[in-house]
Design a protein around this ligand. Sequence first.
Ligand code: ZN
Length: 154
Amino acid sequence: MSYLSCNCCNDLIDLNDFNDFYKSISNEQSEILNQFCEKCYYDNQIKFFIKNNYPLPTNIVKKFDTYYILYHNGDIKYECKYNGLKKDGVQILYYPNLNKKEECFYIQDQIEGYHEKWYLSGSLKYKCYYENNIKCGVCIYFSEDGEVLENLPK
Ligand SMILES: [Zn+2]
């Protein structure tokens, strides 16, 4: 596997994921795609609208404190609870087949607890534990069959 590092959160991004993601949004207008992981890319989009107090584009919906970014067919692509400009609660990314792609939990913009990623098929791809936005212990990548591929250092 080869990895990039997200310019925003420093997370390692699987190069294959990054290329898929890049292809999926290349048609959308984006001045902020500069080697960001997918979650940071959406965070930045949402924070841009909150910060500037702009009306939300039709693919972004707010219900109570949770923002949703939708696929063209209306299915949820991303959801995250915000408190003002800070992420505060669960953040989930979904595949077009509705399976979870990624999940983590924020307290005041800091990741707390497990950050997990899954394959399109639903099997676990990555797991890493955070305390106060800092990785604790190892971050593990799994193959689609559940084999441990890499134990990445903190
Ligand atoms: Zn990131």
